[in-house]
Design a protein around this ligand. Structure first.
Ligand SMILES: Nc1nc2c(ncn2[C@@H]2O[C@H](COP(=O)(O)OP(=O)(O)OP(=O)(O)O)[C@@H](O)[C@H]2O)c(=O)[nH]1
Ligand SMILES: [Mg+2]
Length: 433
């Protein structure tokens, strides 16, 4: 089946297709999905055995069947610990048979115990599929909670019936991230005092927590279905508020940024293992760790931004580069420079293909006198003015005052003053500038 068909089936909430697409994402297949906000992503966290799974299943059973629900269990505890597994599995099987409910557990962890990129990719797939609710179960421990803040619109913290001292002893990180606190297993007698302790704790926190949403404390029992309708109502109120105040789109930005960060960590780990030589140089004192880090990331400047090739016919040139298996961008017309350009993306730099727009242009004259070939080399610099000063100091000729190019401010060093090479200097636009 091709990807287009698969995506269409995913958008029709075909559960098999959803599973297939998430598997592809887990395998690292690149899926440039455009995500429109429509799902309420709800992180459910709390200490091991707090009743998270039971509560989620109980809510899923009560949410109207015309709503689409996805449940992602992240880092589920081993099936062989605790007595909870069999009971959960029976409840889970009952839910998976409903067409509106999709359940998946994701056993993989990211580095430092945080979320794995597969999780964020799965959330994107599920939102794309049109889920109304996406429940994300994580064990309340360490990095995965910090990460959940970046992907969830709402965080439910489950606190089982505990004594006041035990609540104090809960990891402080866990007690600060909640939008909704649930005293779980509220069929238990101690639940009432846990509720009171939590209320007074939250009251103190309300003064410091900014924003219009004030954390709420709810009592519920997933096992006996008590308090579940109220909890669903609180969750839905919260979603309406997030939709009306624009927070839903802010959350999308932080989710996609986390996703990039997770992929970047992955690449970083890979390059670290391939560049043992850099570590050795740091150990020997030949390189500072800062410089080694820049080299590892290829982040030092000036860097080679692109090599430009003048061509007579852009379309036939594009064809050739495509056949080489390279990723070719969209052609752009740049009136100011009299050219039509397209970028060919390589991992560390780009090739720019230039076709003249009119016979009088610089590139047209180049083609006439020299024929097709390398037209210029472009360096990306941090401080354009400083670089120009240095070039002038070295007796090089700057052709024009810096002006706006396609992606930033550019100027050129004349080939006559630099061994026959036209050198473009570019300072990229900063996002939102
Ligand atoms: N009395 C009572 N027991 C509950 C309730 N909810 C869950 N339990 C029990 O608590 C145990 C743990 O429940 P789970 O729902 O698996 O808890 P969890 O937080 O998902 O556990 P982990 O994923 O292992 O961290 C099971 O034995 C459940 O039957 C409840 O509302 N009341
Ligand atoms: Mg669980």
């Amino acid at each position: 089946m091709d990807l287009g068909d698969l995506l269409k089936r995913v958008q029709n909430w075909d559960k098999l297709a959803i599973a297939k697409l998430i598997t592809l994402a887990e395998e690292g297949v690149e899926l440039p999905l455009e995500t429109q906000r429509r799902s309420h992503v709800i992180g459910v966290t709390g200490p091991p055995g707090a009743g998270k799974s039971t509560l989620i299943y109980s809510m899923a059973r009560k949410i109207p069947q015309d709503r689409k629900i996805a449940i992602l269990a992240i880092d589920p505890s081993s099936p062989f610990t605790g007595g909870s597994f069999m009971g959960n599995r029976i409840r889970m099987q009952e839910l998976t048979s409903r067409p509106n409910i999709y359940i998946r557990s994701m056993a993989t962890r990211g580095i430092h115990g945080g979320l794995n990129y597969a999780t964020t990719a799965a959330i994107n797939v599920l939102e794309y599929a049109g889920a109304d609710y996406i429940f994300l179960e994580t064990v309340g421990a360490g990095q995965s909670d910090t990460d959940v803040k970046y992907v969830a619109d709402t965080i439910l913290v489950l606190v089982p019936p505990l004594s006041g001292d035990e609540i104090q002893a809960l990891k402080s990180g866990l007690m600060e991230i909640g939008d909704i606190y649930v005293v779980s297993k509220s069929d238990n007698q101690i639940a009432e005092s846990t509720y009171r302790d939590l209320m007074s704790m939250i009251d103190m926190m309300k003064e410091v927590k900014s924003g219009s949403w004030k954390p709420i404390v709810v009592k519920a029992s997933g096992l006996y279905g008590y308090g579940i309708d109220d909890l669903i109502k609180v969750i839905d109120d919260r979603f309406r508020e997030l939709m009306s105040n624009g927070k839903l789109n802010e959350a999308l930005i932080s989710r996609r940024a986390l996703e990039m960060r997770l992929y970047a960590y992955d690449l970083l780990e890979k390059s670290l293992s391939e560049r043992k030589d850099l570590v050795k140089d740091v150990v020997n004192g030949r390189l500072s760790p800062q410089e080694a880090a820049r080299r590892l990331l290829n982040a030092g400047k000036p860097r080679l931004d692109h090599v430009a090739i003048a061509v007579k016919n852009l379309d036939t040139a594009i064809e050739k580069f495509r056949k080489l298996g390279l990723r070719v961008g969209e052609p752009m017309i740049i009136e100011e420079q009299g050219v039509k350009v397209v970028m060919v993306w390589l991992s560390n730099t780009r090739i720019e293909l230039l076709e003249p727009l009119n016979p009088g242009s610089n590139v047209a004259r180049f083609l006439e006198s020299k024929g097709e070939g390398i037209h210029h080399i472009a360096l990306e610099v941090d401080d354009l003015d400083e670089f120009i000063k240095r070039a002038r100091g070295a007796g090089l000729i700057i052709t024009d005052a810096p002006s706006r190019g396609a992606e930033g401010i550019v100027t050129f060093i004349h080939p006559r003053s630099l061994n026959g090479v036209l050198l473009e200097l570019v300072k990229h636009h900063v996002l939102n500038e």
